[in-house]
Write a protein that binds this ligand. Structure first.
Ligand SMILES: *Cc1c(COP(=O)(O)O)cnc(C)c1O
Length: 461
């Protein structure tokens, strides 16, 4: 290795450690000056080369301050996990390897670690033995990948080869979703040619759970998308009841379990996921609750052949081969070796570490709800896992509190609309969050709400 590369990597490590040392104490939102300072990185494309150290220095000086402190301990927006130290270190090493994870021959290490990590994940999620999967960029792509497999499988049973002949003239499929379906499932359905508007929406209860008794008539050309972990309430659809009905009708069931499905890894919370193992496919994120770092989604399917038939680069090539080439299971060919970080996350946590991470963050969500309720605010959901919805009174007051808390910088929480109510949504998902961070955040939220001077008494459901 050249000396200047060595110096550069040491410089990068020094800058990254300084960033992580300080990020927990600075404002979670970047300052407006830091965002406008990003313009220093633009301008005309330089004619001549710059040294890598200069490039890195500019990136750190202008870029670091404009980052959102998701790597800190008090970011509670959008179900965004942090990055475990083992995953961060693994990402650095894997970047140095510069592997293309598309084919085993391009990277035996990437292909093997991905297989191991997929098998460990399926086991942690308590999915059926023998299920297959793909490591993709996130749950949107995981939903997309699994839904294409479901679509092609149902069409194949109806005598239609969608991979070869496309969808024009194909028998029609019916897609059923809960009324609280995540927007990314609708996006995935639209990408898959199944349409976001032609879905049948099943009514939900006050926690956003699909009502099994309200399922429409189904048959062998029906795909039912259920949810493990509603993005607002954290609630779980009644999988057992729904899947029995689907099985009887010959319909296939896909699970969007972006974060909630990981509750299966905790002995205390896994009862919520009971029944989900009977589905045909599952989409989840390792960048959310398992804190494997962005980007890392998993598409898992009961029968790996269904995924392969839908995703194979060269259909029927290497029939029944003993080894698995990642690109026969993913939409992409060339890919970053993101399975390395997933492997590192799971290897460092172990079964007990992941259970602890799930239980700790759920405990903090409960603590948030108790403290904010004690302070006089309304908690709009049953806090079953790591999601809390809070109202500070009228929609205007709630929106103002959310805006002010984001500006104040102690913590960051997003806003949402929940069944006609405006709410602040708190999602505790980072391995790094501590009880002290909950104290500091509650103190800031209560203070900001009081400063409104209009903090109205709780609205009761
Ligand atoms: C986050 C989320 C998604 C989308 O996941 P991405 O990784 O952002 O693509 C889908 N469904 C649910 C329930 C989610 O929470």
């Amino acid at each position: 290795m050249r000396d200047d590369t060595n110096a550069l990597l040491l410089d990068a490590a020094r800058r990254a450690s300084a960033y992580l040392r300080e990020v927990g104490e600075r404002s979670v939102s970047p300052a407006a000056e830091a965002i406008s300072g990003l313009e220093r990185m633009g301008g005309a494309l330089p004619e001549s080369p710059s040294s890598a150290r200069e490039v890195l220095a500019l990136l750190d000086e202008a870029g670091s301050a404009a980052s959102v402190a998701t790597a800190g301990r008090r970011y509670f927006g959008f179900v965004i996990g942090g990055t475990l130290p083992a995953s961060l270190g693994a990402a650095w090493l894997a970047s140095a390897w510069g592997q293309n994870a598309g084919l085993r021959v391009m990277s035996p290490v990437a292909a093997r670690l991905e297989e191991i990590a997929l098998a460990w994940s399926a086991e942690l999620l308590r999915l059926p033995p023998g299920c297959g999967g793909a490591v993709v960029t996130g749950a949107t792509m995981a939903n997309f990948t699994a839904l294409i497999a479901a679509r092609n499988t149902l069409l194949a049973r109806a005598g239609w080869d969608a991979a070869e002949d496309g969808l024009f003239g194909a028998p029609s499929l019916r897609v059923v979703v809960g009324d609280e379906v995540h927007a990314s499932v609708l996006k995935a359905l639209s990408l898959a040619g199944l349409g976001r508007a032609r879905v049948h929406r099943v009514p939900v209860d006050n926690q956003g759970r699909m009502q099994a008794s309200k399922l429409p008539p189904m048959d062998a050309r029906t795909i039912v998308c259920i949810q493990a972990g509603n993005v607002n309430t954290g609630a779980f659809d009644p999988a057992q009841e729904i899947i029995i009905r689907c099985r009887d009708a010959g319909a296939c069931v896909h699970v969007d379990g972006a974060f909630g499905l990981w509750a299966a890894a905790s002995p205390r919370f896994r009862h919520w996921t009971s029944g989900y193992e009977h589905a045909d496919s599952w989409a989840t994120d390792a960048h959310k609750w398992p804190n494997a770092g962005y980007d890392c989604g998993l598409a898992l399917v009961r029968d790996p052949a269904h995924l392969r038939q839908a995703m194979a680069v060269t259909a029927a090539y290497l029939p029944g081969g003993a080894t698995r080439d990642p690109s026969h299971y993913t939409p992409e060919l060339s890919r970053r070796a993101r399975g390395v970080e997933l492997w590192a996350a799971l290897r460092s946590l172990g079964r007990a570490g992941l259970a602890d991470l799930i239980e700790r963050t759920c405990g903090f969500a409960t603590l948030f709800a108790e403290r904010l309720r004690d302070a006089g605010f309304a908690i709009l959901n049953d806090v079953v896992i790591n999601q809390v919805l809070v109202s500070f009174g009228s929609p205007e007051v709630t929106r103002e509190v959310i805006h002010r808390i984001q500006e104040e910088g102690t913590c960051w929480c997003a806003g949402t609309e929940w069944q006609g109510h405006t709410a602040m949504r708190i999602s505790v998902s980072s391995w790094a969050t501590t009880a002290e961070d909950i104290d500091r955040s509650v103190e800031a939220i209560v203070r900001v709400a009081a400063e409104q001077g209009r903090a109205t008494p709780a609205i009761r459901r």
